[in-house]
Design a protein around this ligand. Sequence first.
Ligand code: PGA
Length: 234
Amino acid sequence: MIIASNFKTNHTRKSTREFIEVVNEHLKTDSKSDVYVFPTATGLDEFETVSNLNIGAQNAYPTQKGSFTGEIGTEQLDEFGIKTILIGHSERRHVLGESQEEIAKKYAFYKELGYKIIYCIGEPLEVKEQGLEQTLEYVYEQFVGIDTNYENLILAYEPVWAIGTGVTATTQDIQDVHSAIKGKIDKPLLYGGSVKVANVAEICAIDNVDGALIGTASWVKEDFIKIIELTKDI
Ligand code: PGA
């Protein structure tokens, strides 16, 4: 399974290092799990990791360097050998106001450089309430301008109403959306939205779920390791 931790605005540089060291130690005896950690920009650093532990950036601007106050570019990522990026996360879309056009531009830029991209899609509650057809229509709009044939692409379906709310999508919800997306795009597809120790095994066992992208429940390293343990044989 692919298991990814999105730190969002959590952890310091020091606690990020501790987290990564503990997870790395754990993975020395687990070569099956494919693990990603997305620290804050200030938590990025040089990390020696096993090959199945990948450190990525939560965000970066589509530039090498320049005048983009508050942003980082590939010059800063290259310093630490970062070649993985999260694009299209719902908090960037809905809280920080990134448009599909900006997201597509960012995607094209990092694709061109060969980055592994975890690309997030998902509908808000008012769309979900309109039914599956509308949900899929909304989700497909989030692929506008995105080359879904890109070889280093992983998708993450994260319903906005399930992120950080403690409300997880039902097995049926996940099954319906995942099978529809997989029918169109043959890429690994993660589920995200209130995944935790108590439900991760059940979620990862659903057809067409290739892993999980986890926020809140992944920030405690012991819990993240439990999550890796619980899913490694699925
Ligand atoms: P959550 O966040 O696990 O806290 O719901 C998931 C995400 O935003 O990736």
